[in-house]
Each structure stands twice: as C-alpha cells, then as structure tokens.
Design a protein around this ligand. Sequence first.
Ligand code: ADP
Ligand code: MG
Length: 265
Amino acid sequence: MTLTTGTRTTAAPATGTRPMVEVRNAHKRYGALEVLKGIDLTVDRGRIIAIIGPSGSGKSTLLRAINHLETLNDGEIFLDGVQVNAPLSGAAFERHINAVRQQMGMVFQHFNLFPHLTVAQNVTLAPMLLKGMKTAEARDLARGLLDKVGLADRMDTYPSRLSGGQKQRVAIARALAMEPKVMLFDEATSALDPELVDEVNLVMKQLAAEHMTMLIVTHEMRFAGEVADRVLFMDGGVVVEEGPPDEMFRAPRQERTRGFLRKYL
Ligand code: ADP
Ligand code: MG
C-alpha cells in the first residue's frame, strides 16, 4: 500500500498495478461538523491497512463512505479503477452502486446477522438473491466458507445460539460469499468478550495470508502490528500520520500520534 498525501492529479496506472481502493480528497460534513477534511489514501491489491485513532476521528465515516453508506460532500472513491461515487443519478446510480457494493465485504462491530435465518442461510442469501445461485451450489459455497471460519458444524444453527465470536465469524463468511475485492472491518472485535477476540482476529489473519485486500479499523494495536502492512492514524478528520506498523508504534513522528499511542502501548 502507498498513501498519497496532498493533491493527486495522475490517472490510475495500467491494470495490474492499479490500486484496489483509492480515496481522493474525501470531505464529509454533517451540518456544520466537518468529519472528513480531505482524506487521501491508496490501498494496493492484497495489502492490509489498519486505521487507528480516537473515537470521533472519522474512521467509521471513512469506511462507510468507501462503501457509499455515506455520501461524500467532495472527493472521489475508486474500487479497482471504478469510481464508487460516480457522477450518475437516479436509477442509473442505483444500478451502479448495487453492482459496486457487491464487490466489497463489510463487517461491523455488531454482527447484523439475520436472526430469522440459519447460519447457512445468512451466508447463501446474497449469492442466491444477487447472483441467482441455486440452493445446492450456494450451500456448498456456505459449507466451504463456514469451514474456513471453523463453523462448518453450525450450518443449521440460528444466530441466537452462537457466541459473539461465532456470530462475527459467520458475518465474515457471509461477506466472503460474494467474493469481494476488498474487505472492510469496522471494529469487528470491539463488542466481543476478550476471550473471543482471538478467534475472530485469527480469521482476519487467515484472509491476510490469502492476500485479501483489507481495511481494518481497530483499537488493538498488537493485532494491527501483526496483520497490517501500514497503519494510518486519523484524528479530527485528517490522516495525521501513516507508516509501517513497526515505525508507527516504535517511533511515531507526530505528537498527536504519540499521545494516542501512549494510551494503548
Ligand atoms: P469514529 O469511527 O472514528 O469513532 P465516526 O466516523 O463514527 O468516528 O464519527 C466522526 C464524527 O462524526 C463524530 O463526531 C460523530 O459524532 C459524527 N457523526 C457520525 N455520524 C453522524 C451522523 N449520521 N450525523 C451527525 N454526526 C455524525
Ligand atoms: Mg467508529
């Protein structure tokens, strides 16, 4: 991953070297409150970026904007060279954004599983609905993905019977079912009891080993250090500092970063 700061004017390079995710000059306001004040970031294919920063710094807003759950006031977002917030309107934009969203998996702090569906049904819903996948094929897909997250034996269980860690692993399997180009994690382990954190982090590490492109908002500095290629520190709607984890954690350059990390390291 490389992070661009300042104005970026060059077009994306040829296929293959084109970034998987690119955010250019992202601005977001809620009324008078400016939450993103010109964010630039580039995530190359197969790279993992951890986003850290205090509560209210705009981390969730940034992830949600990448997925177009929030609309930017200014700036552009690209997924694999395609502009997510494309200048389209009405039905044309709806078609566009639905297609783009299918290529991004998002995992939230609260698992948002469908409580009335079984684990397998949670995983197969999107591929069946959106890709027209047949039941048997979808179930095979679900079995494979649930096996990957260690829950193949819970296919026909309802979410209410699962622990938080298990629910979050189902949420990850569900996101993977659409074969996303990027996975976005917003504090995926923050709501979990401490003893359940590792099993979810382990799944993310596995995805990292398989070269999944990931943006991970986390408060776990140790995990960020283990999994991320680069760490980005946000505060007050700007990227204060970014760098490889060993540099960021051992020798942060900015006082604001030092102040934040002091509370965690
Ligand atoms: P973080 O994830 O880093 O904690 P957020 O992106 O959730 O930060 O929030 C950044 C700021 O934007 C906070 O001050 C928050 O209160 C504000 N905010 C977030 N969503 C909304 C909203 N829908 N309406 C108004 N303010 C919001
Ligand atoms: Mg948040």
